[in-house]
Structures are given as C-alpha cells and as structure tokens.
Design a protein around this ligand. Structure first.
Ligand SMILES: [Zn+2]
Length: 187
C-alpha cells in the first residue's frame, strides 16, 4: 500500500529513528509499502521518516534503466552479484563507514522536498553494514550513485536532511521555496 509522503516542515523528518528489534510480518509489510511508495513517487531511495515512522529502516533501488551501463562499483557480502538479486533493498539498522574520503559533488533531490534540488558534497566510497528483513547481517560496499543514495537515506534515519549539506549558493537560490514548504507542512 502506497503511503503519503511527509514533507519538509513535518517534525518527523528531524527525528532520529530507533533501532528495529522485531523482525516480524509487520516489518515485511512496512518494507513492501516503502518500496511501493518509492516507486510510485519515482524515487531511488526512501527512509521511514519520510512516511512518518521514526525507525532505522530505508529502502533503495538504484538500478539503471534496462540495457544502460551500471556506473558504479559495488559488492554485496563481498561478491559482485547482479543488482537484480538484491534490489530493491531494505537497509535495517544500517551503519556506514567511509572508505574513501574524497568528496564528489552531485545534484540531489529528495521526495520530501518537491521540485527542490541542489549540489551536495559527499565522500565517494562507503561500506554499509545492515540487517535484512529476517535480521541477518550484510555488508554492501559502494561508490558513485549507490554510495550517495545510501548516505542520503542514512542521514534521514538520523534526522539529517540534504539541505543541511547543500552548497551555500544553491541553498540561498532555493531558500524562498524551502521556507514556503516548511510553513505549509508545519504540524
Ligand atoms: Zn531524501
């Protein structure tokens, strides 16, 4: 079931998510809803806060269009397996390690900030440990778009938003829109 998106101004987006301890059927349903909502909104990632839930879970699907080349490197539990085998992926209780501090700039958007984009600097390579729907631990390493997407979503789980890291110039260009958004979605 598709769930309504929470927009900037809603205090839930600043809430740090609590750890998930029950790996039950309710969690499975939540993941299904999050994936459905992400696809319906044409996003490549969605964090629980964005549908009003303050828990440590996000979903990601950065598969390129069919026949397009994958423009990032990754491993899943140490192996390079096809993306289709683990995407869409749910990252539960994720923690991230930066494996290459070199920063790259890229224009990001966010489903909680409609029509607002801006350049964000982020490190280029990460390793992410997380649990799956059954509670089993996994590690993904990634660079490029997958690394960026995971970093953006894990920020959400800690109440951090892309405007906090956006280049100052882009931020000031968007400041009126951001203020309007905040005003219209205040609880
Ligand atoms: Zn976002």
């Amino acid at each position: 079931m598709q769930r309504p998106i929470k927009y900037y101004g809603d205090p839930i987006l600043r809430q740090k998510g609590s750890l998930i301890t029950d790996f039950n059927s309710e969690l499975k349903l939540l993941i299904e809803d999050m994936v459905e909502t992400m696809y319906a909104e044409a996003g490549i990632g969605l964090a629980a806060q964005q549908i009003g839930i303050d828990q440590q879970i996000c979903v990601v699907d950065v598969r390129p269009p069919k026949e397009a080349d994958v423009l990032f490197n990754y491993t899943y539990d140490g192996k390079t397996i096809p993306l289709d085998l683990f995407m869409p992926m749910a990252l539960i209780n994720p923690s991230v390690t930066i494996t290459d501090e070199t920063e790259e700039v890229y224009e990001e958007g966010c489903l909680s900030f409609p029509r607002i984009t801006g350049n964000v600097h982020r490190p280029i390579a990460i390793a992410c440990q997380f649990q799956d729907v059954h509670g089993n631990p996994h590690t993904v390493t990634a660079d490029g778009l997958l690394a960026r997407c995971i970093l953006h979503e894990i920020d959400h789980l800690n109440g951090v938003l892309f405007i906090d890291k956006m280049d100052q110039r882009d931020l000031s260009k968007q400041s009126t829109r951001i203020k309007q958004l905040k005003r219209s979605h205040k609880a």
